[in-house]
Write a protein that binds this ligand. Structure first.
Ligand SMILES: N[C@@H](CCC(=O)N[C@@H](CS)C(=O)NCC(=O)O)C(=O)O
Length: 219
């Protein structure tokens, strides 16, 4: 039974899962979420009324939340590259870094972008200022961590890097990673050079004009 992924190539959380799939050459069918395809949108809404993507379907099983999907793939469709260490203590560090990227990089980044999509009168400058401050704090903390690490949790590419790739990619477009955070910038470059994430970035290129804040001419 072919795995189905309801996703969009330009979405950061979808790229997180796509990176994991590409790391292991895991075969799957992309169910492209497109508003001009009511069939696929109806399937998606039926599967997950919360309507956040990606969503993975494996036979009769529906799996949601990018991190859980990646853990699920490791348990039920394992490939040559494990993305979570079998050692429980090492796995805790991976999960901890994964939470950091979701909560303190992606969440404030999304807040800024979603705010920019609202009508001028509906915007919340305080929330945006808080989100920008959170990103600067996150960059500063991460810079210290990455001073001694190649990948988010150490020497091995993991679940945490699958999220770090797209989240730092869009975070830098949204609220630039300052030159003082040289280790974060170097890590972002390493992520962009990783073939699995590079493929996800390439597949999303045609959608760059959709970036609400305007996509820069780089990356
Ligand atoms: N907690 C979810 C977040 C997923 C998420 O926020 N996906 C975005 C696309 S990157 C989405 O569904 N946006 C649509 C919306 O907010 O209505 C996960 O980890 O998968």
């Amino acid at each position: 039974m072919t795995l189905k992924l309801y996703a969009h190539p330009f979405s950061s959380y979808c790229q997180k899962v796509l990176t994991a799939l590409y790391e292991n050459d895991t075969p799957f069918e992309l169910r492209l979420l497109a508003h001009d395809d009511p069939q696929v949108m109806a399937e998606f809404a039926e599967l997950w009324p919360i309507r956040r993507f990606p969503v993975l379907v494996d036979g009769s099983r529906t799996v949601v939340e990018a991190s859980i999907i990646i853990e699920y793939l490791g348990l039920y469709h394992a490939g040559a590259t494990p993305l979570l260490p079998t050692d429980a203590r090492a796995a805790l560090e991976v999960r901890s870094m994964d939470r950091f990227f979701d909560n303190y990089v992606s969440t404030p980044q999304q807040k800024i972008v979603y705010d920019s999509m609202r009508a001028e009168t509906e915007r919340d400058p305080h929330a945006v200022a808080d989100a920008r401050a959170m990103l600067d704090t996150a960059y500063a903390w991460l810079d210290k961590v990455m001073a001694t690490r190649e990948w988010a949790a150490g020497d091995t590419f993991s679940l945490a890097d699958c999220g770090a790739g797209p989240f730092l990619f869009y975070a830098d477009w949204t609220h630039a990673i300052g030159a003082q955070f040289e280790h974060v910038r170097a890590y972002r470059k390493r992520l962009l050079a990783r073939p699995s994430f590079a493929r996800a970035v390439d597949e999303a290129r045609p959608y760059r004009p959709l970036f609400p804040l305007g996509a820069p001419e780089r990356d």
